[in-house]
Design a protein around this ligand. Sequence first.
Ligand code: SAM
Length: 273
Amino acid sequence: MEWFVEEYNGAALKIAVKKKIVEKLSKFQKIEIYETVSFGKMLVLDGKIQLTEKDEAFYHEMLVHVPLISHKDPKKVLIVGGGDGGSLREVLKHDPEEAVLVEIDGEVIELSKKYLGIDGGAFEDNRVSVLVEDGYEFLKESKEKFDVIIVDGTDPNPFSMRISEEEFYGLSNKKCDIFTTQSQSPFAQRDYFKQVVRSLKKSFESFKIYLGFVPTYPLGLWSYAIAKNFELDLDVVKERFESRELKTKYYSPEVHVASFSLPRWIEKLIEEA
Ligand code: SAM
């Protein structure tokens, strides 16, 4: 049996693989796609698992539906990163007028379209614009405003750091009603999690962390941050979920509300950050 192994801070996840479908060194990172034994296809960037077909919906649904349901009428949505197309697929379920995806690495988009196909045709939708450029530079230059901005970026590296820092969050604050970002594992990537929280504290008047479970991400526990106008009670979440006729595998109105209940040790990390 061949194994793909991802290590993080003294622990590791091993996934049995059948074969490597493609490997390419882009201008930014090493991109690999595997056929695994029990998780379907798997996208790996610089040795780190970005998604598997088996659990990608767990991540994309929580990243997208929590902020989009929190918005009364999300007509214009920006995704920064997310070149695999999973977040874009979920955004289109809300029937926006316009969705813009800004991904720095065009090779991630091309290889994902060719070998993964998790976008389910979203890249070809006529409401979608895809721009291949740095998300920070895009937002700095753009005069546009968005109902929701979603950051679907990679683990910290020199180019992804730019979309998880105070300056980028400050720009986002001016250009949207609701902002969301994935904020890594508070357990396995504690320092990075705290750094994201520090930047959020400096950039937004109000934000909250919410949690989800993604089996193939470091040790399974995953966090997300939402900022600006996001407070909702279960009845409103239910009403919007039903009227938009969302079909989901992980997300539900009950999960939405429950995901904001944090264990004490995470509340403490947020206070300390
Ligand atoms: N779900 C994934 C995870 O957290 O493991 C993230 C997946 S998605 C493939 C992340 C994408 O963000 C990558 O394709 C990467 O090229 C893109 N990215 C990183 N930094 C960026 C930046 N500054 N601007 C735009 N896209 C960026």
